[in-house]
Design a binder for this molecule. Structure first.
Ligand SMILES: Cc1cc2nc3c(=O)[nH]c(=O)nc-3n(C[C@H](O)[C@H](O)[C@H](O)COP(=O)(O)OP(=O)(O)OC[C@H]3O[C@@H](n4cnc5c(N)ncnc54)[C@H](O)[C@@H]3O)c2cc1C
Length: 410
């Protein structure tokens, strides 16, 4: 088989790339080792900007077969147990911003279907084992499927194959060091009390900061629940993620009482979070990386669906430009990196600084206390977290207060 572009992986990054390529008229082949619907360990939180992009691709947020829920606000608790809740500031049209919690088994199948509707070919149950190189140039990928081992040729390969990317490894890239990788464990629970239309984030353990636990409602009493911790803090703590998750639901102040009747409905599953502070190269001769394969997870929140969609789309646009110009060298494809940096580079960069500030339990407690006192602060804090307002403004605000209003931190 041959194609203009091979997209490896049909998660949000791969499907966004395949959708954009097919819409632009390219001959695109998307390969995934799984068959959809397939699970992916995730908080399942789809932030407003990601909801907008998915809707533009024709993905509908109605009539889910399983549990899924629309949410509007956020609830955050700090290490001293205090908390605040708020909606982020409203959009330009005055409407409340909508987030969704949709199990990835369902969401990713819908996104892949959108790419196929646009004209992409999806082959499932096909494992890509490495890049194919001929005469010193990347010319496609090697695959393994039920029929054995074979080769598929293409002008451009987009590696959207997630945190353990085979394409990144084939390019000689190493896994991220301990400061640039987190690990998270997710379970589904029934029988949870007092769930509202909020994504809840609990910075419950000062030893694990900026790691946190989350409770994202999927129904009236059901929720996606998990913990995420940087590898450095996890190693120092000497604890296992499974024990941390148990501690979270049995002793975190804003959580424990609500989980007395709760029961897990599935075994908790863990997965790495390659964060953007690793500054991974994303453009090579004939190859680009997108999403987790490009290490583009937000260092502050662990959110990666939005950056996966953005980088999948930018890789597709650069591939189209390269094919049209008959030049798919790294220099010709660099529009990919320009575009994703332009769209999410500032948000990710500020996320890195905020993540380092979030290591201070003292600062965290002050911010949560101040947000609890002032609804405007609370709303802005939620907006900074989910990135619906410019985080650089948050950083400038903190610095201004340090110099001009130090009493704010008492
Ligand atoms: C526990 C946890 C909670 C999270 N919570 C959130 C959240 O609430 N909101 C959010 O925005 N982000 C969250 N994230 C991050 C988010 O899940 C990822 O950033 C996102 O899935 C990245 O999308 P992707 O398309 O790059 O990769 P993936 O979604 O991992 O998709 C990669 C695809 O590639 C396929 N593949 C892999 N290897 C091969 C191969 N060799 N050959 C063929 N196919 C292959 C896989 O089967 C998969 O379908 C969370 C992550 C974790 C671990």
């Amino acid at each position: 088989m041959t194609a203009d572009v091979i997209v490896v992986g049909a998660g949000p990054a791969g499907s966004a790339a395949a959708y954009a390529l097919a819409t632009a008229g390219a001959d695109v082949l998307m390969l995934d080792r799984c068959r959809f619907p397939r699970d992916k360990s995730c908080g399942d939180g789809v932030a407003p900007h990601a909801v907008d992009m998915l809707r533009e691709m024709g993905v509908s947020f109605d009539h889910f077969a399983g549990p899924a829920r629309k949410t509007y606000g956020g609830l955050i608790s700090g290490p001293d147990g205090r908390s605040f809740r708020a909606d982020p500031p409203r959009g330009p049209d005055g409407a409340r911003l909508e987030s969704w919690i949709v199990p990835r088994a369902e969401l990713d199948a819908r996104v892949a279907r959108a790419a196929v509707r646009a004209g992409a070919i999806l082959r499932e149950g096909v494992t890509v084992t490495g890049l194919l190189r001929e005469r010193g140039r990347v010319s496609g990928v090697e695959i393994q499927d039920g029929a054995g081992t074979s080769r598929v040729r293409a002008r451009v390969v987009i590696g959207a194959d997630g945190a353990h990317s085979v394409i990144a490894k084939s390019l000689g890239l190493r896994e991220n060091g301990p400061r640039h990788i987190g690990y998270a464990l997710r379970g589904y629970f029934d029988g949870v009390d007092d769930l509202r239309d909020d994504m809840e984030i609990h910075y419950f353990d000062r030893e694990l900061l900026p790691g946190y636990g989350w409770v994202f409602p999927t129904g009236e009493r059901s929720a996606n629940v998990g913990v995420g911790v940087y590898f450095g803090e996890l190693r120092r703590s000497g604890r296992k993620l499974r024990d941390i998750l148990n501690d979270f639901i049995s002793s975190a102040p804003a959580v424990a009482a609500r989980f007395r009747q709760a029961r897990p409905t599935s075994r908790a599953i863990g997965w790495p979070l390659p964060v953007s502070s690793a500054r991974r190269q994303t453009v090579f001769d004939g190859v680009m990386l997108a999403g987790d394969a490009a290490s583009l997870v937000d260092p502050l929140t662990g959110e990666g669906i939005y950056t996966a969609l953005v980088s999948g789309r930018s890789a597709a646009r650069a591939a189209m430009a390269g094919i049209r110009a008959d030049d798919v060298s790294a220099a010709a494809l660099r529009g990919h990196e320009h575009e994703w940096r332009e769209t999410v580079g500032g948000y990710l960069g500020a996320g890195r600084v905020l993540k380092n500030l979030a290591k201070s339990a003292w600062l965290f407690n002050v911010v949560v206390r101040r947000a609890g006192e002032n609804p405007q602060h609370a709303s802005r804090a939620i907006g900074y977290g989910i990135g619906t307002i410019d985080r650089a403004v948050a950083l400038r605000g903190v610095m201004r207060r340090v110099f001009l209003q130090p009493s704010f931190f008492r």
